[in-house]
Design a protein around this ligand. Structure first.
Ligand SMILES: Cc1cc2nc3c(=O)[nH]c(=O)nc-3n(C[C@H](O)[C@H](O)[C@H](O)COP(=O)(O)OP(=O)(O)OC[C@H]3O[C@@H](n4cnc5c(N)ncnc54)[C@H](O)[C@@H]3O)c2cc1C
Length: 100
């Protein structure tokens, strides 16, 4: 039986979703010398991430303050929120909808 290749890491995080990636990025920011491995069961990192998400950017701004300088083209800032009541024969905006 052939020997298996082994690689050593200081930390392994399972899952490359927002939590796992934020954890790995933050840990690397704090301890640049650490070897950190992110294990993801999907075919590529991000393959399980849903598209079309509306995200609150503050945590991302804190983690990677420079990201907003060159955002991906799909990023469009939200300028207003609207909530609608959908009923059998009626739809109307919720008066508590807030505008930014
Ligand atoms: C339909 C839907 C719409 C959503 N829309 C929004 C939205 O618009 N805005 C928003 O902010 N949030 C949205 N969310 C919520 C958001 O997706 C979650 O809050 C967020 O993805 C949670 O991040 P997480 O890292 O904890 O988990 P996940 O994103 O689930 O990441 C976990 C990762 O771990 C991997 N994994 C799991 N088990 C293993 C294993 N054994 N080995 C290796 N890898 C593994 C998975 O493949 C996955 O990539 C939505 C959720 C759903 C279901």
């Amino acid at each position: 039986m052939s020997e298996r290749e082994t690689m050593e890491y200081d930390v392994i995080t399972v899952g490359a979703g927002p939590a796992g990636l934020a954890f790995a990025i933050r840990l690397k920011q704090l301890k640049p010398d650490m070897n950190i491995c992110v294990i993801e069961k999907a075919s590529t990192i991000g393959a399980q991430i849903l598209s079309g998400a509306v995200i609150e950017p503050e945590p991302l701004n804190e983690l990677l303050p420079e990201w907003g300088a060159n955002p991906p083209p799909i990023c469009i800032p939200v300028t207003k929120d609207e909530f609608w009541w959908l009923r059998d024969h009626e739809r109307r905006p919720d008066r508590r909808s807030c505008r930014r």
